[in-house]
Design a protein around this ligand. Structure first.
Ligand SMILES: [Zn+2]
Length: 362
């Protein structure tokens, strides 16, 4: 009887056992298949991002630059956890652009509004990101750019630089360019510091705080001596501003004088510094002006030329030194270097190029 019962139970159970085994086998096959698919996807994704071009970027500075960030991603970037991004370019609009702007902002490249509009500001931010990260800086957010941008391999924009640090004044000229994304630390609105001692071409003009405070002391002294009025024409200028100014000038020459781009660029260089090569990027330079007059003909200029040295400023571009500076006389342009340096430069009669060279030999 027990035997019989066992036998009959076993007999009844056998189809279920068979179905269960079948299910287990099917599940195992599914799991293995999915794993294989996954491995293939990972391989494909990695294969798509392997060609990271690191050698395509041409160095902009001629001499070694202490602020230059070396873009050297050592391993291929981790693919973005999002679906394959579409190409974004000037004129693109929408949520993908918004997402791009947020990421560029997080990394310190973008300071405009998150409006989903791929305008000049977004393009410049993409270009700077590309340069610093060793990509071809075309300003187009293609798949490679977006993959790197959204990965944790993305290098952030370099932080603000203390431009008054160190024993040697910061030298900026056509042979000593500042890197893309360069930004001086401690910028303030000049008007907030100097106030009503002068008028301003732009109320939002900025400069490094210490330079703005020295400017205030200097203008106050001039006014006390009876030399006024003064106007601030220009102070800090970003590298993006300089790019815009330079390109406008090139386009103007191409339109007006029917020049090729290369010819127009060469001509623009005679009057506008290349982006990165203007002293105005340092936040330490000011263009002063007397409304309605050529500054070089004014009593204010004569006062400035005599006294600026005692307030930490130098007359940066004079005709006498133009063969060294490469720039013809600009009576209106003063540069803050600190009073210790400015007095020494006056006594030695050195322009900044000569002085920096001299300091390095000391
Ligand atoms: Zn200037």
């Amino acid at each position: 009887m027990p035997q019989n019962r066992t036998y009959s139970r076993r007999n009844r159970r056998s189809p279920y056992v068979f179905i269960a085994l079948l299910l287990i086998l099917l599940t195992a096959a599914l799991i293995l298949g999915a794993r294989a698919m996954n491995a293939w996807k990972v391989y494909e994704a990695e294969a798509a991002v392997t060609p990271v071009p690191t050698a395509t970027v041409a160095p902009i500075s001629v001499t070694p630059d202490p602020f230059r960030v070396t873009p050297a991603p050592t391993s291929p970037p981790t693919p973005a956890p999002s679906p394959t991004p579409g190409l974004l370019n000037s004129g693109s609009k929408g949520d993908e652009v918004r997402r791009l702007q947020v990421r560029l902002q997080d990394l310190g490249y973008y300071h405009g509004s998150i409006d989903g509009d791929y305008g000049t500001g977004t393009k410049t931010a993409v270009q700077t990101f590309q340069k610093i990260n060793g990509l071809d800086a075309d300003g187009i957010a293609g798949q490679l750019t977006q993959t790197l941008l959204f990965s944790d391999q993305a290098l952030p924009a370099p932080g603000p630089v203390d431009v008054l640090e160190g024993d040697i004044p910061l030298l900026v000229n056509s042979a000593n360019a500042l890197p893309d994304g360069f930004e001086p630390a401690d910028l303030v609105k000049v008007k907030d510091v100097v106030g009503s001692l002068m008028t301003y071409e732009s109320n939002s003009a900025q400069a490094v705080r210490e330079a703005a405070e020295a400017l205030k002391a200097m203008i106050q002294a001039a006014v006390n001596d009876g030399y006024k009025p003064w106007k601030l024409r220009e102070a800090y200028r970003t590298i993006a501003d300089q790019k815009r100014i330079f390109n406008n000038r090139v386009n103007k020459y191409m339109d007006e004088s029917n020049l090729t781009r290369a010819q127009a660029t060469a001509r623009a260089r005679q009057s506008v510094a290349d982006p990165g090569c203007s002293e105005h990027h340092t936040g330490l330079a000011f263009d002063l002006n007397v409304p309605g007059e050529a500054f070089g003909d004014t009593a204010q200029y004569l006062w400035l030329k005599q006294h600026c040295w005692d307030y930490g400023f130098i007359m940066r571009y004079t005709d006498e030194k133009s063969d060294i500076t490469g720039i013809t006389g600009e009576e209106w342009h003063v540069r803050y270097v600190g009073v210790e340096h400015s007095r020494k430069m006056r006594d030695l009669d050195y322009c900044l190029e000569e002085y920096v060279e001299w300091l390095k030999k000391q």
